[in-house]
Design a protein around this ligand. Structure first.
Ligand SMILES: [Zn+2]
Length: 167
């Protein structure tokens, strides 16, 4: 419940006309009209104040969905972007015959896994590991390629070691 401010209505800010108002809550205002906004993202409600001022006002109700974010290695937080996964996978699968289709499948799979964690933010490392795992199961060359980029491999011996693990 909103706090009473002297003789002014805390909802509409007009002087209170009705006597003995038990509640000055937004909950008790009368909705005179309710409709979805033109762009379809909000519900707009016309309301009549309970204080007796007959003031009409509007409230907007919108979907609140916390946006998924990604925590980068340097600690920077950026909005999650499915397209980035797609691009990384696509690069890893460069030269693969069914590159587009495979890229689509793998990035969808990775995206689902990320959503399934059910958290508001995911570290880049986790996303990378998901991509790595999916590639390992589907495309060995892509896996080695992505591994090199993701783990920042610059020693050929390390490449040899990783290639050996997939045979
Ligand atoms: Zn009022």
């Amino acid at each position: 419940m909103l706090k009473k401010n002297k003789e002014l209505c805390p909802i509409c800010n007009e002087s209170i006309k009705k006597q003995n108002i038990k509640s000055l809550s937004l909950n008790d205002t009368t909705v005179t009209d309710s409709r979805v906004t033109k762009n379809g993202t909000m519900i707009r409600r016309r309301r009549l104040c309970v204080c007796g001022s007959k003031v009409r006002f509007t409230t907007y109700e919108r979907i609140h969905r916390p946006e998924l974010t990604v925590i980068k290695r340097n600690g920077q937080i950026i909005p999650f972007n499915k397209e980035r996964i797609f691009q990384s996978v696509k690069v890893a699968l460069n030269g693969c015959i069914d590159q587009e289709k495979k890229t689509e499948q793998i990035s969808n799979e990775v995206n689902e896994k990320i959503q399934d964690i059910g958290k508001d933010s995911v570290p880049t490392k986790t996303i990378g590991e998901f991509i790595l795992k999916a590639l390992k199961e589907r495309d060995k060359i892509g896996y080695v390629r992505f591994y090199g980029v993701f783990k920042k491999v610059n020693d050929p011996k390390e490449y040899k070691r990783i290639v050996d693990t997939i045979h």
